[in-house]
Design a protein around this ligand. Structure first.
Ligand SMILES: [Zn+2]
Ligand SMILES: [Zn+2]
Length: 610
């Protein structure tokens, strides 16, 4: 307690401009956000307006900042960053570094920030925060229902579906249409079939408010009534949406046990949209009115009494979840082929999915093996499936395992798995590769990669291709882009030696010196593999994925060779030799990323290329 007494005395003596009348109070006076161990009360002033504040300390102070509350939440009106219990959100603790050796400094600084937050609210300097955090304030209403929702917002009024679980007495899921995608999504999310008859399918209306509408969230002390909501809707929608809304409303009849849902999309100054909703339920005839069997929708005419409950929507739509990541708009509708779903390819696929790519074709004819699982996106649960017809366990092709992994994590993604050898696919129809926006080749087989590099160029309109591969024993990895923007530079350039065209093939990008063999037998010839660890594959996958994203977003204009360089201790201990290129620093590798291009390249070069 000595620490807090000292802070109190210093506040009294040194900070009359910030706070007056500082005294110790019982912690029970403070709203119960935390188990506070000590609390102070004092008076601050914003302009002429005075207000009492609490400064409450957690047991971990000064590792954690003090919480500051307004005694009377509404003393300055409805302003940003004041929560319903009076808590002043003056700073977000993440990313804040507190100087534990100066506890008084922390308190003084916190108090100054809290006062600044109030000043900005009173002067309306941070009013945009109210508009931009509409959903946050909406969610702070006392009674509310939280519902998962995967709605695509648009500019048109439309009918939407609401699943209502009678056992839970609440809506559980809101979505666009009763189609295959929504059913699959809900099944994956809730682990039950939404087509089950016990789950009621209700309909609701989605209403987008006109662009440019500026709407403050309801204040804590006066939530919106239905009349107010009706006014907000009809004075802020376009005339065509009003016609559509009236058309939908006219068809609706309301019965006693009906539930009606209205979702509003509210434009914000930052360009995003808030999505909030209301549930109308427990309809009954108004006193004095004839006890009709059914009523009109209250947006047309209020003929009944009903209960209004705010809906807080947990938005699942990728365009919403990824809206703050860079480049989402450019990449989400791209179609990407990944050839080779091993340690590198499987990671690239998952990372591209997380970045928002929504359409994949996965090509690999191999099955997942227990030898793979410690360096693969897939684990042992994907090793086998039980074949009902044959009544036996079967090994799972990697592309099917990836299909399931992707669909479970991100159900809206389109995945086409192809259990095919790349050479067979080329033989079948090379033109099928024209449909992709980007092809990633991660098969770890230089002979096939060279061949693919050659044949893909015979297409009239080939997409960009990224070749990516790993070095042995953690010394590095590479990703090479080709066919971007019609520029030259290709995989064959790496094997083009202008001085000695007849010498043995050697990849110029390599960090290992020529003519060494890295296959390592752990149990006979069948399991020969290049030794590398999971993190080497991961780092290479990151390199290739970053390159893929910069192609898709148009940031990369040319065809670079990107490399990461790892530690060489293991490699050298095994008696292997490094290449000259390994001696380059990371910066030099980056600066020379276009230098691999060979003028004499028989595939892309000016001298001999097509
Ligand atoms: Zn805040
Ligand atoms: Zn070339």
């Amino acid at each position: 307690m000595f620490l807090f007494e000292e802070i109190k005395m210093k506040l009294q003596a040194q900070c009359p401009d910030l706070i007056k009348g500082v005294e110790t109070i019982e912690v029970t006076v403070v709203p119960p956000r935390d188990n506070y161990v000590y609390a102070l009360k004092g008076t601050i002033a914003i302009g002429d307006q005075e207000a009492s504040v609490y400064i409450a300390f957690k047991k971990d102070f000064p590792i954690r900042k003090p919480d500051i509350f307004l005694e009377d939440r509404d003393v300055f009106g409805f302003i940003p960053h004041i929560e319903p219990d009076g808590f002043i959100c003056y700073v977000h603790e993440e990313g804040l570094l507190l100087d534990q050796d100066n506890p008084f400094g922390i308190v003084k600084d916190s108090l100054a920030r809290a006062i600044r937050t109030l000043e900005m609210g009173v002067s309306e300097d941070n009013y945009d925060d109210l508009y931009n955090e509409f959903e946050v304030y909406w969610a702070r209403q006392k009674t509310k229902i939280v519902v998962d929702c995967i709605l695509s917002l648009g500019e048109r009024v439309k009918e939407i579906y609401v699943l209502y679980d009678p056992k839970l007495h609440r809506p559980v899921f809101i979505f666009d249409a009763l189609d295959e995608k929504s059913i699959f999504y809900a099944k994956n999310l809730f682990h039950y079939d939404i087509l089950d008859e016990s789950i009621e399918k209700q309909k609701g209306i989605y209403i987008p408010l006109r662009e440019g509408t500026r709407l403050l969230p309801p204040s804590y002390s006066s939530p919106w009534g239905f009349g107010q909501i009706k006014d907000i809707i009809f004075s802020n929608i376009t005339s065509s949406n009003k016609r559509e809304l009236q058309r939908i409303l006219k068809q609706k009849r309301i019965y006693r046990n009906t539930k009606e849902y209205i979702l509003l999309s509210v434009p914000q100054p930052n360009g995003y949209h808030a999505l909030v909703g209301i549930e109308l339920s427990e309809f009954k005839a108004r006193k004095g009115l004839k006890n009709n069997k059914s009523f009109r929708h209250p947006l047309i005419k209020v003929q009944s009494d009903f209960k209004l409950t705010p809906l807080v929507l947990k938005r699942h739509h990728p365009s919403y979840l990824l809206q703050r990541t860079i480049g989402y708009d450019e990449i989400h509708n791209k179609h990407i082929a990944v050839i080779g779903l091993g340690a590198v390819g499987s990671r690239i696929t998952m990372e591209l999915a997380r970045a928002g790519v929504s359409k994949f074709t996965l090509i690999d004819d191999d099955v997942l093996d227990i030898d793979n699982v410690f360096r693969h996106e897939l684990g042992s649960e994907r090793l086998y499936f039980f074949d009902q017809k044959q009544h036996q366990l079967q090994k799972v092709p990697k592309v099917y395992g990836m299909y399931q992994e992707l669909k479970e994590k991100y159900p809206l993604i389109d995945v086409e798995p192809k259990v095919k050898n790349i050479l067979d696919l080329i033989r079948e129809d090379i033109h099928q590769f024209e449909q992709f926006d980007l092809i990633i080749v991660a098969i770890g087989n230089p002979t096939v990669e060279r061949y693919f590099n050659r044949v893909v160029r015979t297409l009239t309109d080939p997409p960009p291709v990224i070749f990516t591969w790993l070095e042995p024993l953690g010394i590095g990895g590479h990703a090479l882009l080709t066919l971007n923007n019609g520029n030259n530079g290709c995989y064959e350039c790496l094997y083009t030696n202008p001085f000695d065209p007849d010498c043995a093939l050697y990849n110029k990008a390599s960090f290992a010196a020529p003519n060494q063999f890295f296959g390592k037998m752990i149990s006979g010839c069948q399991t020969a593999f290049t030794p590398y660890g999971s993190m080497d594959a991961l780092q290479t996958a990151i390199l290739a994925t970053r390159l893929a994203l910069s192609v898709l977003t148009g940031k990369e204009k040319d065809n670079p060779l990107c490399s990461w360089k790892g530690d060489s201790t293991d490699f050298l201990e095994h008696g292997f030799k490094l290449s000259k290129r390994y001696e380059l620093t990371t910066e030099q590798l980056n600066n020379t990323r276009y230098h691999y291009k060979a003028q004499q390249c028989p595939i892309c070069g000016q001298d001999g290329g097509s």
